[in-house]
Structure formats: structure tokens, C-alpha cells
Ligand binder design. Structure first.
Ligand code: MRU
Length: 362
């Protein structure tokens, strides 16, 4: 994607030294675009845990590059397994993190220690490039849905939750990829952006990246979606996901389930966009089996923003003596999902639908 005419990915190898990793620090957006340099495994783990990088596909790529930095420090098998486990523990819900590390380890376990650094960078680059290609294909397959929603003389209204745009992936995004495609194809469209409390990925990140691309959008409070759907203001919902079970249940940012319920009640199509790296083929029941990350209560009790004099400030919005809980994801059962948009095309959110697109998994 381009920011101010410059093409960016969300993560890349520093071209000057050929080994350190550059990321866009997403905790600083939308106030400033800051590029951070990662030089060791601990910094990579911190970047994932603190959500300087976030979004399922991107944390997979970040973990892969984190392992590159780790083997650069110590390429022994013992250290490599230990560091992969440390990276895997940074965030529990997005399956892409474990998928990427498992793929790296599979390649590296069969590589002599002396060649591991070179092979690690090669494999991480492949993971990043494949993510871009998969998301680009999701954009093509999802575009048709938006085109089908076009009615003469009326713009298409899409609602999305959290940030599943290019910031959440290496490039393009998942849920936003069809939106960028549609915009580029000249479709008159507008996006309702859920603010996505507690961390406000919608208000801060989705609104920012849609704005950089020129896509018309409106930020709404998370609770506004049902009302908008009741009044015919939403033609379709498209969200991303952190893990899809083999049966089509969808884990995504907290609040996604409520949007799916409202969509179901109002006959609004509810689509989920994902690269196949987000499918957990080992899990059948999303509600019971997907681990849900519990984050700090401070993310709920406090809000960070920019004051009128330009300072970034964090203020408390809850009483100091109130407890807060912060489950970061929820699971939408497959029965509430209209369908899945993958790099191979669209399918029903079910074991049959997924196996139809991925017969090698049957
Ligand atoms: O906690 P986050 O910001 O990492 O959560 C991100 C999401 O829930 C996204 O919707 C999901 O990772 C899909 S990203 C293409």
C-alpha cells in the first residue's frame, strides 16, 4: 500500500544491513508514522506482545522474522526450539503465529546449523510474499460480493470490525482487500468502521488506512451496528479472523459475534475474509477449543488519544476502584457466517465448504 506516494509493507528486512527487521509501530498510529528497527529476538517478541505489530497474518510474519533474529544470535537446535516457544507464547489466539513458527522449524530442523541463518531469512521472506499474494487473491474473490451489492443510484455500505486491512497483514489486508479492489474499480462505496474498543483498532488503524487510500468511511461506536442494520444502512459486513476451525467457526476481535447476531437478525450478509494460514484444521468447536487472549484491564479502564494541543495522553474512564475484564476475542459460530472468502475463492463456513476449497485437507 502507499502512504504519501511511497509503497510500504508492514514488515521488511532493512535494505542497508540486510538482516535487521523494520516494522511500522502501530501503537503510534494514527498520530505518527514511526518505523522501528528490530535487532534481536526479544525485541521481536516485545513488538508482537505490545501490539506494535498485530493482526493474525502480520504476527505470523513477525514471528518468522523474530526467529531469523533468534538463529542469528544462536543457531543451535536447543536455542532455536526455546526461542520459537518464547515467540509462540506472545499471543495465544491467532493461529498464524504458531503456523509460521512451525513452518520455520520444519525447514530449519532439517538444515545444518551453519546454514540456518540464510535458510531462516529465505523462509520468512517466502511467508511474507505468500501472505501478500493470498491477500491480493482474497481481494479479487471478495470484489464480486461488493459488485453484486451495487444498486443503481446508491452507494454500497460495508461494515467492518477491528482492523483487517493492510496493517494487519504484510500487505493488502483480508477484509479490506475487497474494499480496496472495489474502490480502485470505481465502485461507489462507503465503509462503516467500528471503533473497536478497547484498543480502538477501527478508529485508529482502519480509519487511518482507508483515509490514506481515499475510501469514504465513517467511524461508529461499536454499539451502533445493530441500529444501522435495522435501518438498511449496511449492505454487507466483512471482517477478518484470527482463527477459523475446520468446521467454519470464526474467532475474531471481541464484539464480532454481536455484529454477526445483528446481521443474522436483519438479513445482512456476514462474510469473513482469511488466508488459509488462519485455518486451524485440528480444531472443530471454536467456542470450546480456541484459546481467548485475556489482556490487561488497563486497556478497558483507560483510553489513549491526542489532546487538542497535540500531546498523546492516556486518561482513565472508569472509577479507580472498579475492576475490569478484557477478553480480546470472541467466537462466531459458523451458522451465523454467510461465507468465507479465501485465496482460493469463496465457500460456505462449514467442514464441507472448506474441504471443497482445500481437498488436500480431507
Ligand atoms: O488484537 P489484534 O489487533 O491483533 O486483532 C486483530 C483482529 O482481530 C483482526 O480482525 C484479525 O487478526 C484479522 S487480520 C487480517
Amino acid at each position: 500500500m502507499r502512504i504519501g506516494g511511497v509503497a510500504y509493507r508492514t514488515i521488511w528486512v532493512d535494505p542497508d544491513d540486510g538482516w535487521s527487521i523494520r516494522i511500522i509501530d502501530q501503537t503510534k498510529l494514527p498520530w505518527s508514522l514511526e518505523i522501528v528497527r528490530l535487532t534481536d529476538m526479544a525485541q521481536a517478541a516485545h513488538a508482537i506482545r505490545s501490539m506494535q505489530v498485530r493482526g493474525a497474518p502480520l504476527i505470523g510474519a513477525a514471528a518468522a522474522y523474530g526467529l531469523c533474529l533468534a538463529v542469528r544470535q544462536d543457531a543451535s537446535s536447543e536455542a532455536m526450539e526455546r526461542d520459537a516457544a518464547l515467540l509462540a507464547a506472545t499471543r495465544p489466539t491467532a493461529i498464524n503465529l504458531r503456523w509460521a513458527l512451525e513452518r520455520m522449524l520444519t525447514r530449519l530442523r532439517n538444515t545444518p546449523a551453519a546454514d540456518r541463518v540464510r535458510i531462516a531469512y529465505e523462509e520468512a521472506a517466502a511467508i511474507a510474499d505468500e501472505d501478500v499474494a493470498q491477500n491480493e487473491a482474497i481481494g479479487r474473490h471478495g470484489l464480486k460480493l461488493i459488485e453484486q451489492a451495487v444498486k443503481p443510484g446508491r452507494r454500497v455500505n460495508v461494515l467492518t470490525h477491528c482492523n483487517a486491512g493492510w496493517l494487519a497483514t504484510v500487505d493488502w489486508g483480508t477484509a479490506l482487500a475487497p474494499i480496496y479492489r472495489a474502490y480502485d474499480a470505481g465502485v461507489d462505496l462507503h465503509v462503516w468502521v467500528d471503533e473497536t474498543r478497547p484498543r480502538n483498532q477501527g478508529a485508529a488503524l482502519t480509519a487511518w488506512e482507508l483515509g490514506r487510500h481515499g475510501v469514504a468511511h465513517t467511524v461508529v461506536a461499536d454499539n451502533a451496528g445493530g441500529h444501522l442494520m435495522q435501518h438498511g444502512e449496511v449492505d454487507l459486513v466483512i471482517v477478518g479472523t484470527d482463527r477459523v476451525t475446520r468446521t467454519g467457526d470464526v474467532a475474531n476481535k471481541i464484539g464480532t459475534y454481536l455484529k454477526a447476531l445483528a446481521a443474522h437478525d436483519n438479513g445482512v450478509p456476514f462474510w469473513v475474509a482469511l488466508p488459509s494460514t488462519t485455518i486451524d484444521w485440528a480444531v472443530s468447536d471454536g467456542v470450546d477449543e480456541i484459546p481467548i487472549e485475556q489482556r490487561s484491564a488497563a486497556e478497558v479502564t483507560d483510553v489513549t488519544g491526542r489532546t487538542t494541543d497535540g500531546k498523546i495522553a492516556t486518561v482513565r474512564v472508569a472509577p479507580v476502584d472498579s475492576a475490569a475484564a478484557n477478553p480480546a476475542f470472541d467466537v462466531t459460530p459458523a451458522r451465523l457466517v454467510t461465507g468465507l472468502i479465501t485465496e482460493r475463492g469463496r465457500c460456505e463456513a462449514s467442514a464441507r465448504g472448506l474441504h471443497g476449497l482445500f481437498p488436500e485437507r480431507s
